[in-house]
Write a protein that binds this ligand. Structure first.
Ligand code: ATP
Ligand code: MG
Length: 350
């Protein structure tokens, strides 16, 4: 799976960019503010319909312009195209292979991207929801109906919270609970199956990257391991009514990291966190390639900052080794060129 061509119009400071990408290795270089991250943001937007740095999409449109347009020709079992247009009022049109589509998930499935940026490296310090999203990236591609179950759990939890706040009769909430339990158990099973595949791969990569770094990784399903969710919901009913919030369930799931029994966020240095997140994202890429007979696309922004040369070399060599298209940025092309060794690649200077 790889992007062949990318065209960007009126997206941040990029008024018009046309790129031909190498199926394997691409290096974008340029000074601060030249638009390197914006190129990755444009690709991310094509896949996920959102930005990794602005919640308000109108901010992405070049100043004083009415809209932005993106186009990509890519290869995923066959040649495909995505065209996306979004204007200031929020109106958007997305076409996949020339046909208008309304579901972003179709694009996410068609163009799978995995992001390495400075923010993704602070995931260990962020909340449970963010860490669980990291796991869910993989579950989405691993389990066909994951998104559907996830959406149902989200809807039912929202409904239950509204019912708690409005003091609905207990038997009404119990009806919701039964459905919520069934869906949450299915979601938990999908996450657990994927986690069990992922774990040994992460540990293998960590051993390769940094043998002294011993991290215990566990998956918390959002409620006690030894109690059924229904039992937990019944038990916490009174406190849930008081707070108006469902305190247990799949929406509280987490990916937890410990070093010597202590939370990893209190122990690991920023560089070590980066190595850990790199190991997780690379392990996910490996599973993806195995399951789809083709790799995903890695958007790699500023990987070299905070990693010493030896660790950078190990992480980058692994990235290059796995079956994936890499689109990497660096202020100075030389920062990454020695890592590309003699491999064929495309270079784009902004
Ligand atoms: N809506 C917008 N319209 C025009 N320019 C914008 C808009 N939003 C951001 N910019 C500018 O576009 C540029 C985008 O920078 P970007 O973050 O892509 O640069 P970069 O090459 O990644 O820089 P760095 O090396 O500092 O990470 C910046 O100069 C920023 O000020
Ligand atoms: Mg940048």
């Amino acid at each position: 799976m790889y992007i062949q061509n990318l065209n960007i119009y009126q997206f941040r400071n990029l008024s018009e960019v046309a790129m031909t990408l190498h199926p394997k290795l691409n290096l974008i270089s340029g000074q601060n503010g030249s638009g390197k991250t914006s190129i990755l943001e444009a690709i991310y937007f094509l896949s996920l319909g959102r930005s990794f740095r602005s919640a308000q999409l109108a901010r992405i449109i070049s100043h004083e312009k009415e809209n932005f347009k993106l186009f990509s020709r890519f290869y995923n079992a066959k040649e495909r195209t995505i065209a996306s247009l979004r204007d200031k009022t929020g109106k958007s049109t997305i076409r996949l292979d020339g046909e208008e589509v309304s579901s972003q998930a179709e694009l996410t499935r068609a163009l799978p991207v995995q992001l390495f940026n400075p923010e993704s490296f602070s995931l260990i310090n962020s909340g449970a929801q963010q860490r669980c999203k990291l796991l869910d990236w993989g579950v989405f591609y691993h389990k066909k109906n994951f998104l559907n179950i996830w959406q149902q759990v989200k809807r039912l939890t929202k409904q239950r919270n509204a019912a708690l706040k409005q003091n609905y009769p207990r038997n009404y909430i119990e009806i919701l609970d039964r459905e919520l339990v069934t869906k949450s158990e299915a979601l938990d099973q999908a996450r657990l199956d994927y986690f069990q595949m992922l774990m040994p791969k992460i540990q293998e990569l960590l051993l390769l990257f940094s043998p002294q770094l011993q991290v215990e990784i566990s998956y918390y399903r959002g409620w006690s391991q030894d109690k059924a969710l229904l039992e937990v919901l019944i038990h916490s009913f009174q406190s849930d009514v008081k707070s108006g919030i469902t305190s247990h369930g799949s929406h509280r799931a987490d990916l937890r990291f410990k070093v010597n029994g202590h939370p990893a966020q209190d122990i690991l240095s920023r560089g070590q966190q980066k190595i850990l997140i790199s190991a997780i994202k690379l392990a996910q890429g490996e599973i993806f390639s195995q399951e789809h007979q083709s790799g995903c696309i890695y958007l790699v922004d500023d990987l070299h900052s905070e990693l010493d040369q030896a660790h950078l070399q190990k992480v980058f060599s692994k990235l290059v080794e796995i079956d994936a298209q890499i689109i990497a940025t660096a202020i100075n092309a030389n920062h990454l060129l020695n890592l590309f060794l003699d491999k064929e690649h495309n270079r784009y200077q902004l």
